[in-house]
Design a binder for this molecule. Structure first.
Ligand SMILES: [Zn+2]
Length: 77
């Protein structure tokens, strides 16, 4: 099973600053649900947006809360 290793206390600030080799996980801070986040799912208008602006638009598919948090890191294989 692959484990996601989050880089603690670090954020690129802007989506386009996150190095391409890093993976992104979206976590719902309301229910704890985690889902892999794909940069390709971002509309062009958000590709250079602040990470916080993208987080504000996340909606949890499990509980419906808009309490998403993006975590940057990589998969431990
Ligand atoms: Zn949720």
């Amino acid at each position: 099973m692959a484990l996601f290793h989050e880089i603690k206390d670090w954020t690129p600030g802007y989506m386009n600053v996150a190095p391409a080799h890093l993976d992104i996980m979206a976590q719902c801070t309301a229910c704890g649900q985690e889902q892999e986040f794909s940069r390709d799912s971002l509309p062009n208008s958000l590709k250079h947006a602040l990470v916080e602006d993208v987080e504000r638009r996340l909606k949890c598919s499990t509980c419906g809360a808009r309490a998403g948090k993006l975590k940057f890191g990589y998969w431990l294989k």
